[in-house]
Design a protein around this ligand. Sequence first.
Ligand code: CP
Ligand code: NVA
Length: 304
Amino acid sequence: MKGRHLLRLTDLSAADIYRILDKAVELKRQRVGSLLMGKKLALLFQKPSLRTRVSFDVAMTELGGHAIYLSPAEVGLGQRESAADVARVLSRYVDCITARTFRQQDVDELAAYASVPVINALSDEEHPCQVLADLLTIFEKKGKLKGLALAYIGDANNVATSLMFGAALTGMGFRIASPAGYGPAAHCLGKARQLAGQSGADILVTDDIRQVVRDADVLYTDVWTSMGQEEETARRREAFAGYQVNREMVALAKKEALVLHDLPAHKGEEITDDIFEQFQSAIFDQAENRLHAQKAVLALLMGG
Ligand code: CP
Ligand code: NVA
């Protein structure tokens, strides 16, 4: 995988995903090493972050490398300087670029002009690093991915889109319940169904929450309003009312079902406080796995 970009989950094959998960398990056991000794990573962020920023920084430190955080105010991607020029400059200094952008096309442009690997650290369309950590968490807790049923409740956002592709690639069933107008984009669904045809995954898109959670192995949710959509908050609160992981929904899922959330959570909206606390151990394992999954990605892309 050396030298490749990770812009979308579909940049990976099922074999790539399992390679990343294997490497992540190995690096989780042996946390500190020198695989990326002397390597530098730029962290280019247009939006706030806790998990992504800290886990990438710690990942580089634990692998013997170094991370440089660049805030929106410092770089002004697309305003002070074009993504194309930022990519060409950073490629002269660092070995890899991680970017959190408002628009997927900005991370794509960085990749088109960079001579080092570019990793999407969340855009409006996808969040592949999150989903690699999610797959690792599900694999650790359920012992497999293929054949499980994951129910996603809420907005078909960046996280949901990458999850749908992750499920489609690995053969995990993906069922999503969203209110009308907030379901997956037709082109994403088409791509996911095509991949699912090869892996044997079932994909179900509906507005009926009960239909997706019934007998599910994993319940997953994310915020109703993502970063960059703040002005739609009131409209979204109305549209998503009831699209919540709560006691009633958990009771419909399998007895041993997991509840996951990528965080930050808006408790009382997409998930109730009591269900969040009941599953907090898995949710924070999931957050921890950001570190291990990203170490694997960095080691494989930088060829350490
Ligand atoms: N889940 C996630 O990406 O969190 P941050 O926005 O805090 O990085
Ligand atoms: N969908 C959320 C995920 C945050 C990690 C957002 O884009 O704000």
